[in-house]
Design a protein around this ligand. Structure first.
Ligand code: FA5
Length: 335
């Protein structure tokens, strides 16, 4: 075999081995090893080419050309294998780090739920909104004017004794009823109107028992337009109670007294065999209309204010209002 043939076959053998080694490499480090082994300064290719000195001058370019081709092919294959390894690595990472956002969450904390008072208020408001009432709000810290005077209850009025009031400084007080919202809303808006003040806190120096708390919640209704009658009031209150508590619940109206309504009534529902007072209602007193600048000859109106906590008692069949503020989880988890 001539030197040219020997070198050529050595180069071909080297080429075959190199291609196999590239394909067997499965990490970037192994690929670098292969590169050094075949193409490095002291690598296999250099060694083979070291034998070129023995060749006659005319054969050297032939071997040079074969060596170049092998070098280029090997470099291309190294590059391709490097890219393939990189892609495989990315695909592997994507797979292992994939987050399936549609999987159900891990319940580390128990789910919350609505307090029975708030679910009762929500249900009451659903009914009222269905009857055409819009929501109005007012502050819990009130002035004597909005809580009493504008509601036809001046300082020397005996009715002030009906609600034991918690006074603050500067003539302010903690509102004893949501009726104050009536005045605030009418001052700012013209009739016709139908508003509901939802579940606002009210405060009284009341003795605590199974149906009384010192801080409780009222929902207030007010409707004003031309020609409203006590019949409209009775129909509205009855419909509201039936829709909220069910048609089987008995409702009764008892003649009563409030300084801001005339005539006035108390609304009771039959519950656990006895009558439970839900709220007070009546036709808006002309003096209240005068206080807000309405003409009592042109419009009439009715109002209804009831205890939201008491509604919750009936809705959820709870027999002691104190449970509502006890924060006893064994009680609350039942709803
Ligand atoms: C009033 O507060 C009037 N503002 C209601 C009203 C509005 C009359 C509009 C006319 C027109 P009364 O003091 O009766 O009324 O209270 C209304 C309701 O609040 C009671 O029927 C009861 O359901 C609830 N309530 C009163 N005091 C307490 C209390 N200490 N704890 C829990 N609920 C109470």
């Amino acid at each position: 075999m001539s030197d040219l043939e020997t070198l050529t076959s050595q180069l071909q053998e080297l080429s075959t081995k190199a291609v196999e080694s590239v394909q067997a490499a499965i990490t970037p480090e192994q690929l670098e090893q292969v590169r050094l082994e075949f193409l490095g300064k002291k690598g296999a290719l250099s060694k083979v080419l070291g034998g070129m000195g023995k060749l006659p001058g005319a054969d050297r370019p032939k071997i040079g050309a074969i060596a170049n081709e092998i070098k280029q092919t090997l470099q291309t294959q190294l590059e391709q294998q490097k890219n393939a390894l990189r892609q495989a690595e990315i695909a592997k990472r994507l797979e292992s780090e994939t987050l399936d956002v549609t999987m159900p969450g891990v319940m580390r904390f128990p789910q919350g739920r609505a307090h029975p008072l708030h679910s009762a208020i929500d249900r009451a408001l659903d009914v009222l909104v269905g009857l055409g009432y819009t929501i109005a709000q007012g502050p819990e810290i009130e002035t004597e004017y909005y809580n009493f005077e504008a509601l036809n209850t001046p300082a020397d009025h005996p009715a002030r004794d009906m609600q034991d009031t918690l006074y603050l400084t500067d003539g302010k007080l903690l509102r004893t009823q949501t009726s104050s919202v009536q005045i605030r809303y009418m001052e700012e808006n013209d009739p016709p109107l139908r508003i509901a003040c939802p579940g606002g806190r009210v405060y009284r120096k009341d003795e605590v028992d199974a149906t009384h708390l010192p801080i409780f919640h009222q929902i207030e209704l007010l409707a004003v337009e031309e020609g409203l009658t006590f019949g409209d009031l009775k129909g509205t209150v009855t419909t509201f109670v039936e829709q909220l508590l069910g048609e089987q619940v008995e409702v009764r109206f008892r003649a009563s007294y409030f300084p801001f309504t005339e005539p006035s009534a108390e609304v009771d529902v039959k519950w656990k065999g006895r009558w439970l007072e839900l709220g007070g209602c009546g036709m808006v007193d002309p003096n209240v209309f005068k206080a807000v600048g309405y003409d009592p000859e042109a419009v009439s109106g009715f109002a209804f204010g009831f205890g939201a906590d008491r509604i919750a008692l009936v809705l959820h069949q709870i027999d002691d209002i104190r449970l509502m503020v006890g924060s006893d989880l064994r009680f609350l988890r039942q709803f």
